[in-house]
Design a protein around this ligand. Sequence first.
Ligand code: HPA
Length: 280
Amino acid sequence: MMPEEIEDHAGESAREILKTIAEPARVAVVLGSGLGGLADRLADRVVLPYAMIPHFPRPTVEGHKGLLVSGSVGGVPVLVLQGRFHYYEGYGLDEVTFPVRVLQRLGVRTLILTAATGGIALSLRAGSIVCLEDHLNLIGANPLRGPNDRRLGERFPDMSEVYSSRLRTIAFEEAGKLGLDLASGVYACLPGPSYETPAEIRMLRTLGADVVGMSTVPEAIVARHGGLEVLALAVVTNAAAGVSGGLISHAEVVEAGQAATPLVGALIEGVVQRLEAGAW
Ligand code: HPA
């Protein structure tokens, strides 16, 4: 996709979505590996398969369904992307981040990203939830590379606060109410699909990373370019390579993501309700 096509394609996708979902929510949630069950918690669900939306890629990974779900949590409308696209699937970063452009076009203002991650910080355990405070983009590419379409955002967007401190404060307050020990950390994004080696994890720790994953960062960069406010919640599904000595499998990642789904769901519900209560 050429950069100048993104806006047109996103417009066409948005128009199609609006035929089914007349009034899209202002807050959207992207669900990571194993976290798809969060979409089942929505009330008043309207489901639109990605296959029905023009220009939308199709997810190829187990644990990622490919559904746009409109609904509400605690009476508050949300749009949920159940299934995301990854660079390692072979998609370009423009395709990986295309759904974010569509959300931008639909008027979404707040984006909540979720992800399965490996825990690098020794204080983290499988099941820990980490609110991202910053990231390291180690994909080796940037979704904004190429001619800049000023309708989408500016050429050199600031990245000094990708993850909104306002939303992080709300997340910590809501976690406190739930008795949830929410951690704060830096996410290192690698291209994958192989998991890291123990030497790579030692390198990432030296660089200041607390968790590692293969998603989230391209979407966060594009969301900031498009003026959306971003909150990202990472579920630690496994100790990163070499941290605990065990091997890492996708099945374990999906299972641990599923186990954390109720807690992450409760946290998102709390955050979304605060937004609706006037914190926009
Ligand atoms: N590394 C990279 N991505 C991941 C991991 C990991 O250990 N666990 C879940 N996603």
